[in-house]
Design a protein around this ligand. Structure first.
Ligand SMILES: *Cc1c(COP(=O)(O)O)cnc(C)c1O
Length: 291
C-alpha cells in the first residue's frame, strides 16, 4: 500500500460567500502524500493492487509532458517497487521539464512518440507493438481513468461524511467526478468544472462510470480559461488571493479553475442560500505552484 496521511478540511472565507449565504470548505486531499497526491492517490490505489495481484512487475502509462498522472504513477511505482514506463506525447525537449525530471528520478523509463502515434494509444495494434518492445506490463490508460480508478475514488467519497450539500471538483478525464457521484449520497449535488475546452464529451464518460441512474451532478463548462493549462491574469490573481487571504495554495491547471468556477457561481446565486459547499483539493501543486 502507498503511504497515506489523513487530510484536513479547511473553511475558506470571502465576502462573495457571505453575500451568497453559503459556507465553503476545502478537503485538502492534496496533503495525502508528498508525490502521489490528491485524486491520483485514489485513482492509482486499486490499479497497483491489481498489478501486484496479477504478478506484473512493470506499469506502463501515457501522458503529456506536464501530466500529473505521469508524475504520480512514477512515484507510486518507485515506492511500491515496480518498474515504470511513460509513453510521452511529442518529442523530447531538453532540458526536461520538472514533471519529467521527477518521473525519471523515480526510475520511469520515458518513451516519446509523435502526436500522431500517440492518438493510437487505445488501439490493440499499438499496444501489441508496445508489448513487443517492452515485454509484459500492466497498462493504465492516459489520465489514469478506468474502473479501478473510479473504485478508488468511490472509497474516498465515502470518507467525506455528510456535512455538505454540494461537492465540487476540477475535471480532466472525468474519472474522479464519476467516483464522487457514485460514492456520495443521492441527497448531495456534485458539480464538476472541466479544465479543457470542448469538454462536452465528458458527459458521456461520467455517465458511463457513474451510472445513468445518477442525475445529481452537472458540469460547468465556463471556466476552462481557454483550454488545458491555459491561464490569464485573473486566474493568477485568484491564486494569489486564495493563498494570501485563506492560506489555500491552488495549482493553475486544475484547482484554480475549480475555485474560479465556485466564486463565479456563488456570485451569480447558483448555490442555495444556507448550503455548505465542499471543494475537493485534488492536488497538482508539486510542480505547478505559482507562488
Ligand atoms: C488529474 C487531475 C485532475 C483530474 O482528474 P480526472 O479524474 O482526470 O478528471 C484534477 N485535479 C488535479 C490536480 C489533477 O492532477
Amino acid at each position: 500500500m502507498l503511504r497515506y496521511s489523513p487530510t484536513p478540511v479547511q473553511e475558506i472565507h470571502d465576502a462573495v460567500f457571505d453575500k451568497a449565504g453559503v459556507r465553503v470548505l476545502v478537503k485538502r486531499e492534496d496533503l495525502n502524500h508528498p508525490y502521489v497526491s490528491g485524486n491520483k492517490w485514489w485513482k492509482l490505489k486499486y490499479n497497483f493492487e491489481e498489478a501486484r495481484r496479477s504478478g506484473k512487475k512493470t506499469l506502463l502509462t501515457f501522458g503529456g509532458a506536464y501530466s500529473n498522472h505521469i508524475y504520480s504513477t512514477a512515484a507510486a511505482a518507485h515506492e511500491l517497487g515496480f518498474e515504470s514506463i511513460g509513453i510521452i506525447r511529442g518529442e523530447e525537449t531538453l532540458p526536461l521539464n520538472p514533471t519529467l525530471t521527477f518521473a525519471k528520478s523515480q526510475g520511469m523509463q520515458l518513451h516519446y512518440v509523435s502526436r500522431e502515434t500517440y492518438r493510437k494509444k487505445e488501439k490493440d495494434q499499438f499496444i501489441e507493438q508496445l508489448h513487443d518492445r517492452f515485454g509484459d506490463f500492466y497498462l493504465i490508460p492516459e489520465g489514469g481513468t478506468n474502473e479501478l480508478a473510479v473504485k478508488g475514488v468511490v472509497e474516498f467519497a465515502q470518507t467525506l461524511g455528510n456535512d455538505f450539500d454540494y461537492l465540487c471538483c476540477a475535471v480532466g478525464t472525468g474519472g474522479t467526478l464519476a467516483g464522487l457521484v457514485r460514492g456520495v449520497s443521492k441527497q448531495k449535488f456534485i458539480l464538476g468544472v472541466p479544465v479543457l475546452k470542448g469538454a462536452e464529451f465528458l458527459m458521456d464518460t461520467v455517465r458511463s462510470y457513474a451510472g445513468s441512474e445518477n442525475a445529481n451532478w452537472a458540469l460547468n463548462f465556463n471556466h476552462h480559461f481557454g483550454g488545458y493549462a491555459k491561464s490569464n491574469p485573473a486566474l493568477d490573481a485568484l491564486i494569489k488571493k486564495c493563498y494570501k487571504e485563506n492560506n489555500l495554495p491552488l495549482d493553475p491547471v486544475y484547482t484554480a479553475k475549480l475555485a474560479a468556477g465556485v466564486f463565479d457561481l456563488a456570485r451569480g446565486g447558483y448555490f442555495k442560500r444556507g448550503s455548505v459547499i465542499l471543494l475537493i483539493h485534488t492536488g497538482g501543486l508539486q510542480v505547478n505552484a505559482v507562488i
